[in-house]
Design a protein around this ligand. Structure first.
Ligand code: BG6
Length: 510
């Protein structure tokens, strides 16, 4: 079945937090792009819920502005058609009764001749409401599937630590079945992340090598070349470990390290990824300073522009210890990966924006040629998640001429060259999947809890032990130098995308 053929059943999408940033920046542009590709259900309405006093018309005109600002589509007839799907419902409070919302949904259903009352509730609200809203929806009978299915989408962060994630999960499960709960991790919606599955399991050449016998180590980097901006209020309570590692990067690790599933069935895939997360070797609190590095950007000058340090950002305490950089070394204790180190690093205000996984294959057992160092980075498979999505295989080749000069060359595949089909935004894919009831690319509760369990000792040690330094790094650099010590065993170093070497903002992996 082609992506375009998945036409969902008639339904209503209710967005809590409809006037918020995520709705404007991500959800509306994604839904509009789906409209443009004819992927929305025949009968489909979006009910924005918020506390702001808005009419349907004023909500529509706000969303029209959002589309102008954030959507690349600009077909006026289509925009008009899309806006007609939008309605607004003002709620007094999110923790009050949703009986009147139930009536509003009934009204929309009747008015539009829907046969069933299929509803998605999207929680695009502060996380403090993730427990309350589903509970109140259930009290008003809005989890009841007798007249059509009901699903809830919950944004990250799912919990603040292991304990709160367990509590949130237990609370949700009182009223909602696991099959109704969609925990979104937008990294799983990225084309290149899904392509990890296709690369590994549709080719006979990689899988036989994909294990401890042939892989030396695995490196995952997610770098951003900007700071926390307007999000300091949220970020200062979160930090890089909670914000990026617990969810996006560990989920990505799950796909890179999983065993082949028996089928592409949602549970078959998620059963395998969760096994990886459950096999992560626990990090003891007393080991944390050896295997985890935290950093915080300090003021600096980038391209002649002065950049504030994290502690000078508005909304951040001037003694904040929140990490804007985190690097981790860990192991997966199973037969495939026994003894293979995995390295993860992520940070704000690094030199460039790039997310990539580098699979470092083992060197040959006996090197025959001179100039070994010229082939230091041979035998790598680089999975470029973003930008410049693609895949790069690096290996050594003979330079023409006398002798045996080995040169490192790249076999480079770029998505942009595959076809002129635009790469859909992760939210398009994930919203469509929820509309058709496919939860493969959503995080299951056991995976979320396993990821929290893994990072909990690191969070605890960082929180409790003042002797573990928060290293400062000048904004625009690759994080604290100490992070290099994590990985710099003999002949090993982090893979630095060349922007770091050239100062060029455009990422390249040559
Ligand atoms: C979000 C984090 O989940 O992911 C942000 O909260 C981060 O801090 C963002 O910037 C990165 O997403 P992407 O898709 O831009 O890599």
């Amino acid at each position: 079945m082609k992506f375009e053929d998945k036409k969902p059943e008639d339904q209503i999408l209710v967005i809590f937090g409809a006037t918020g940033d995520l709705t404007r920046r991500k959800l509306m542009p994604a839904l509009f792009a789906m409209e443009a590709q004819n992927l929305l259900p025949e009968k489909f309405q979006i009910l924005g819920v918020g506390r702001t006093d808005l009419s349907d018309d004023s909500f529509r005109s706000d969303m029209q502005k959002a589309l102008l600002e954030f959507s690349k589509e600009n077909n006026k007839t289509l925009v008009k058609k899309f806006l007609q799907r939008l309605f607004y419902f003002k709620t007094q409070a999110y923790d009050g009764s949703f009986d009147s919302l139930r009536e509003k949904l009934k009204f929309l259903n009747n008015n539009n001749g829907f046969n069933n009352s299929n509803v998605i509730f999207y929680l695009s609200t502060p996380p403090s409401l993730y427990r309350i809203i589903p509970q109140e929806l259930a009290k008003s009978g809005l989890n009841n599937e007798s007249d059509g299915w009901k699903r809830i989408i919950i944004e990250k962060p799912f919990g603040y630590d292991l304990e709160s994630a367990i509590q949130l999960n237990n609370s949700l499960k009182k009223n909602w079945k696991e099959s109704q709960i969609y925990r979104i991790d937008h990294y799983l919606g990225k084309e290149t992340v899904q392509n990890v599955l296709v690369t590994r399991f549709s080719n006979g050449i990689f899988e036989p090598l994909w294990n401890r016998n042939f892989i030396h180590h695995v490196e995952i980097t997610s770098a951003e070349n900007f700071g926390v901006g307007q999000r300091a209020g949220y970020y200062d309570k979160s930090g890089a470990l909670r914000d990026m590692v617990q969810n996006h990067l560990l989920q990505l690790t799950g796909l890179i390290a999983m065993e082949p599933p028996a089928s592409m069935n949602s549970d078959a895939i998620r059963d395998e990824t969760v096994k990886v997360l459950q096999a992560l070797r626990p990090i003891e609190k007393q080991q944390v300073s050896e295997v985890a590095i935290r950093g915080q950007y300090i003021d600096s000058t980038i391209k002649n522009q002065a950049v504030k340090g994290y502690r000078q950002e508005e909304g951040v305490a001037n003694d904040s210890k929140t990490e804007t950089f985190a690097a981790l070394k860990f192991y997966i204790d199973n037969w495939r990966w026994g003894g293979v180190p995995f390295y993860i690093r992520t940070g704000k205000y690094l030199p460039t924006r790039v997310t990539e996984a580098v699979i470092h294959f083992k060197p040959t057992p006996h090197y025959l040629f001179a100039q070994k160092e010229s082939c230091e980075s041979c035998n790598q498979l680089i999975i470029r998640i973003q930008p410049d999505e693609g895949m790069l295989l690096k290996f050594g080749m003979k330079m023409p001429g006398a002798g045996f000069n080995v040169h490192n060359v790249n076999m480079d595949f770029r998505y942009a060259e595959l076809s002129d089909i635009r790469i859909p935004d992760a939210y398009e894919r994930l919203l469509l999947d929820c509309m058709i009831g496919d939860s493969t690319l959503y995080a299951r509760s056991d995976a979320v809890l396993a990821a929290w369990k893994f990072i909990q000792p690191v969070m605890d040690a960082w929180n409790e032990n003042p002797n573990i330094p928060v290293y400062g790094y000048p904004a625009g650099t690759w994080g604290p130098d100490t992070a290099d010590d994590l990985i710099e065993e003999a002949d090993m170093k982090w893979h630095y995308p060349c922007a770091a070497l050239t100062g060029d903002e455009n990422y390249c992996a040559l």
